[in-house]
Design a protein around this ligand. Structure first.
Ligand code: UDP
Length: 242
């Protein structure tokens, strides 16, 4: 596809966003840079950008086929994705199937405890504030989204879980939790950002080995190998014998 990138609109921790010559679109460029703990920890995960770009594309395509509107339009190269240009809603929506990370800390439940009914959480997308947790009333107070938008976002987040969890399970991956971002274009809502080992917790179904960014956050080693393993299982379709 012949798309020209124009001005840089925004550079984030893991991606750069460019304007393009096609109105209403942007290009997401996926970097190898990794940060954690509100950018206190910084590093590089070699090859991550390529893996996150390809994995996100595969999953966005699957979600579209299942009726979830996403910002994904086309894969332009190893690290570049053409997307709809969204007005991003400043809420991170998290869905959880298994206790991990901040939920373990907040509740005292052991990491790995199964959750019978998936839990949806909302966080304020604000680096200076360190992404604090919000409830529906705070969303209303801050006018981050209308009640109808919030209802749609929560329902869509659960629908995405229903689609992705069994898909990943068939590839030997336990979808522990994941983060979503939504945005508006022409008064319609779309799923934005990315779906990758940066934004999901993925454990090997059998061994429960961590195959995601927690390997970087917690200095577990084998970070690149974990991303490659997820890529193999989800993108190239190889089934692991583990
Ligand atoms: N997550 C993310 N970006 C954030 C915060 C969380 O992608 O800014 C993802 C994280 O990778 C995990 C899920 O959201 O899959 C839940 O994260 P949690 O609240 O447990 O965060 P932690 O404090 O452990 O990073």
């Amino acid at each position: 596809m012949n798309v020209e990138t124009r001005e840089k609109l925004y550079e984030g921790k893991a991606k750069i966003v460019y304007e393009t010559d096609r109105p209403g679109t942007i290009v997401q460029y996926f970097k190898d840079d990794a940060t954690a703990f509100n950018a206190l920890k910084k590093g590089t995960i070699v090859g991550k950008g390529v893996i996150n770009n390809r994995m996100s594309a595969t999953l966005f395509e699957r979600l579209e086929r299942a009726g979830v509107p996403t910002h994904y339009l086309a894969t332009l190269s190893d690290r570049e994705m053409l997307c709809r240009r969204l007005d991003i809603i400043k809420i991170e929506t998290i869905v959880r199937n298994v206790v991990a990370g901040s939920l373990a800390k907040r509740t005292g439940l052991e990491e790995g405890t199964a959750i019978t009914q998936p839990v949806v959480e909302l966080y304020y997308k604000s680096d200076p504030l360190g992404d604090p947790m919000l409830n529906d009333e705070h969303v209303r107070m801050l006018r981050l989204a209308t009640p109808a938008e919030l209802t749609w976002m929560k329902r869509t987040a659960l629908k995405i879980n229903t689609i992705l969890k069994p898909h990943l399970a068939r590839r030997g991956l336990l979808l522990v939790d994941f983060k979503l971002e939504f945005g508006r274009q022409s008064r319609k809502l779309y799923l934005g950002d990315e779906i990758s080992p940066d934004t999901c917790r993925l454990w090997d179904s059998r061994s429960k080995e961590k195959l995601d960014k927690d390997r970087f956050r917690r200095d577990l080693g084998g970070v690149e190998e974990a991303y490659q393993e997820v890529y193999r299982r989800l993108v190239t379709g190889e089934v692991s014998t583990k």
